[in-house]
Design a protein around this ligand. Structure first.
Ligand code: B4P
Length: 191
């Protein structure tokens, strides 16, 4: 089994690289952002509550996203492994993930942190806002998302460094170049 946390600031390429990783390694992709956007599209009560926070660039409460992840793991008992994309985003979520994996005799084998300059993050997200019209990809919300990341999410790196599974990867360059760097790190862990 191979369980990976793909980590990084908003716009660092987590969703993009997750797509390539699941194709190569057959892992199950769990993106809390995608799950929340599906709730919004289905106009559920959870979706409506989450939308307000997401449009402001704030985090959705820990217990909500932890419950979502728990359910998805439960639904995939035969998975060869999972890629956690955009989760955990707080230390509390990281502890909760450790606990819910341990209860199933599972653990995180690797945490990949994508490192990208702030200016590049903003450019990528503004471009996506223009191309796809995502309501949280506007300058004001992007800046808040980055500052929420720095305050609430960046400490998650220490958690995984202490677990001995933290690996930083240069997230600047072309999508294929970055993917090659990620594969190299995954192969080191698998052998
Ligand atoms: P997410 O959906 O996780 O959004 P994100 O951080 O912006 O990353 P995403 O994966 O979409 O973008 P990517 O970097 O791949 O979260 C959205 C919101 O949901 C959060 O703000 C929060 O409110 C809520 N939420 C989600 N998870 C939560 C949790 N665990 N706890 C609490 N709240 C939570 O790519 C960005 C763009 O860059 C793309 O358009 C892509 O094409 C482009 N790109 C990628 N790589 C590139 C490259 N190398 N060069 C040029 N462009 C590139």
């Amino acid at each position: 089994m191979l369980n990976i946390v793909l980590f990084g600031p908003p716009g660092s390429g987590k969703g993009t690289q997750s797509g390539k990783i699941i194709k190569k390694y057959g892992l199950v992709h769990l993106s809390t952002g995608d799950i929340l956007r599906a709730e919004i599209a289905n106009k559920t009560r959870l979706g409506m509550e989450a939308k307000k926070l997401m449009d402001e660039g704030e985090l959705v409460p820990d217990e909500v996203v932890i419950g979502m992840i728990d359910k998805k793991i439960e639904e995939n008992p035969d998975a060869p492994g999972f890629i956690f994309d955009g989760f955990p985003r707080t230390k509390e979520q990281a502890y909760a993930l450790k606990k819910l994996l341990a209860g199933r005799d599972m653990k995180i084998h690797l945490m990949i942190s994508l490192e990208v300059d702030r200016q590049e993050l903003i450019q990528r997200l503004l471009k996506r806002g223009k191309d796809q019209g995502r309501s949280d990809d506007n300058l004001e919300t992007i800046e808040n998302r980055i500052s929420v990341y720095e305050k609430q999410t960046a400490p998650v790196m220490d958690f995984y460094a202490r677990e001995g599974v933290f690996r930083a990867v240069d997230g600047m360059g072309s999508i294929d170049e970055i993917f090659e760097r990620i594969v190299k790190v995954i192969e080191e862990v698998r052998t």
